[in-house]
Ligand binder design. Structure first.
Ligand code: BGC
Length: 468
């Protein structure tokens, strides 16, 4: 293979056996379009830093930089019992957390699946379903619920862009990640939830509203007080960090200008005007066919909801050029979003010489009539190209936040949650490689750790901090 790509991809790719020149040159062309050199990463970071400044100055900017109204940080000494709700992707989680001090937390939790109908129905139906789940959870998991006269305090993790005006108030700016519930955009989500709880007679009061990144940051701080940044790389992507309140120019009433407040960056919307990140025809196709065209462009190149679809677009393009599967697709592969990001995980992890797991995905799950080893190696390369770009691009906004806060020299902890970070093969290693290219040995002072399921605990902590 001709050495035309940035070093990282050359190190990773295997030889494609028996590929024709036409196949090799098509793959190399695509790899080039997806390649992000360290110079390009630096350009993107510079641009993003400027977007962050704009978002801190005015509301309604592309990178929203939403004040969370969480000004305290947990010390690890907090004690008490709180409920938490976590809504943001495929499931709703209802939890009860008991903080026992010394960073110790006990929890009871249950997941309820959100159906397609609930994702796309009315806002009222969705919130009524949530209230039902809380009621069921309390009945099933909380002792003496029926005789209990206490009012439960609840934190609500709502992982969508919300313009917050207080710790327990915020209007939904727009749905993301496939949610399109009617009658809810521009409305206060805490109010809608509280109304639904009241309708159902559930004795709970929503005391704090947090984004999942804010929750992740808070929960990780409970364990590691040096935590400065909380991130999600999952179905969607976003980050939150502690900002000096004096820098949040758009705040009308400044609580205490000398302190810090968590900012929910909402970086999924970065470059929605497609000005700085190199965009390919495969990304444009995905964006055009999505239910939110021209929004969440950064997220659409990175997160678990979309990676499979980008890979599918490339695969179909190669099929149409008769460079793959002898020019034959299948009904299943032709269906939008049928090539799941999970399949990419299986394929990227497939270390067998004959790529047996890849064969299973293609021939059994997607019903491609037959595949050659060359076909499977090309599909694996496509997954590597898409997965690598996602990880390298992910490094930009994280690096930008670190640079913006000037924290690299003094050492910083970053808590990250999400299936992509936790489960997608090589994602975290590729991300760290990119960060090392950017920061050199200073990267040794950045401590990145998995903060699994942090957003629920974080909501309960926010409810506690709000009622202190
Ligand atoms: C939402 C964010 C959320 C992120 C991760 C994005 O689609 O806009 O609010 O934090 O997904 O769940």
């Amino acid at each position: 293979m001709p050495p035309i790509l940035s070093s990282i991809i050359r190190d990773e790719v295997e030889h494609i056996e028996g590929a024709s020149n036409a196949q090799l040159s098509a793959i190399d062309g695509i790899a080039k379009e997806f390649d992000l050199t360290v110079e390009k990463l630096r350009e993107i970071i510079k641009y993003f830093c400027n977007e962050m400044d704009k978002g801190l100055e005015k509301t309604g900017m592309n990178v929203a930089m939403i004040p969370s109204f969480v000004t305290g940080a947990p010390t690890g000494k907090e004690v008490g019992t709180f409920l938490a709700l976590d809504l943001g992707g495929t499931n709703l989680r209802v939890c009860e957390f008991t903080f026992e001090g010394e960073g110790v937390v006990k929890s009871k939790q249950h997941k309820y699946r959100i159906t397609e109908a609930q994702r796309t129905g009315s806002g009222r139906q969705l919130f009524d379903f949530i209230a039902d789940c809380v009621d069921k959870f309390l009945a099933e998991f909380v002792t003496d619920y029926s005789e209990n006269t206490k009012i439960f305090k609840m934190g609500f993790t709502f992982s969508f862009p919300v313009e917050q005006t207080a710790i327990n108030k915020g209007t939904l700016i727009k749905w993301t990640k496939g949610f399109t519930c009617s009658d809810s955009e521009n409305k206060d989500v805490v109010f809608m939830l509280q109304e639904a709880l009241n309708r159902k007679g559930v004795p709970a009061v929503v005391s704090a509203l947090v984004n999942d990144t804010v929750g992740t940051l808070l929960s990780h701080s409970y364990k590691d007080p040096k935590t400065f940044i909380g991130i999600i790389y999952g179905t969607g992507t976003n980050g939150a960090y502690y900002e000096n309140i004096s820098k949040i120019k758009k705040l009308n009433k400044i609580p205490d200008a000398s302190g810090k407040m968590i900012i929910n960056v909402e970086w999924g919307a970065f470059d929605s005007e497609k000005k700085i990140i190199p965009i390919t025809m495969f990304d444009n196709k995905l964006d055009r066919e999505s239910n939110n065209p021209h929004s969440q462009i950064f997220e659409k190149m990175i997160s678990g909801m979309y990676l499979g679809e980008i890979a599918r677009n490339i695969i179909l393009h190669l099929i149409d050029r008769r460079l793959l599967f002898d020019g034959y697709s299948s009904k299943d592969l032709n269906r939008n979003y049928s090539f799941e990001t999970e399949y990419m995980s299986v394929i990227e992890a497939d270390g067998s010489h004959t790529l047996d797991d890849t064969k299973k995905v293609l021939e059994e799950s997607l019903n491609i009539p037959s595949t050659t080893l060359t076909d499977r190696q090309i599909v694996k390369r496509v997954c590597q190209i898409v997965g690598l770009r996602a990880a390298r691009l992910s490094s930009t906004t994280l690096a930008a936040v670190i640079i913006h806060c000037g924290v690299v020299e003094c050492g910083v902890s970053v808590g990250i949650d999400g299936t992509l970070f936790e489960l997608y093969p090589h994602f975290s290693a590729r991300l760290e490689t990119a960060l090392r290219e950017l920061f050199g040995t200073n990267f040794d002072k950045v401590k990145i750790s998995l903060a699994r399921d942090g957003s629920g605990v974080g909501a309960a902590l926010a409810a506690m901090l709000a009622t202190e």
